[in-house]
Design a protein. Sequence first.
Length: 199
Amino acid sequence: MVIESNETATNLTYTIEDGTGNITVKKWLDSEGDAPAPGAATEGCGKGSYVKVIGQLRSFRDSRNIVAFEVRPIANMNEVTHHFLSAIHTHLQKTGAGASAAAPVMANSAGAYAAGGQQAAFGFGGGGAADGMSKAQSAVLAFFKSYAEVESGGSVTDCIKMLAGQGIAEAKVRETVENLTEEGHLYSTVDENHYQSTG
């Protein structure tokens, strides 16, 4: 939820609260053609509205903020419910709560990966992914999720090598990484070759 929004000639700034805390979101405007019309920061994204932010988490002097690629109003309130469930799931994963109920090796429709960020196997199994993703998207996402405990994330180069045995070409892996980043499933970490999963 947006609790404050401001606009300048160079950026749009939002303070958002998601049930876990507040964070500042800044969307930089690159050129004169991107300059906001008066009221652009509050159009559909004003105080009290729900928004979806796709961007990169940054940290500077013990202060975290998000540099946004996109800030858009939420059209379907199921997205809010999904966010709360995702936050609970992530909290349980990071704190180890509920670990006794989880199997030591987690699997999804794209393959399997071991707990603790160690990759196991990335087979496709039968059929498409239950979440509506293509087989390539599911396999790439599973690869980067296996590096959840590694601060720098996984490398695109390693992903290409791993998935080559599954018949996924390098160009397809790179295209899929780009698409998953645009959709907010992945974000770059130390450089443009290393990515981490957002979920």
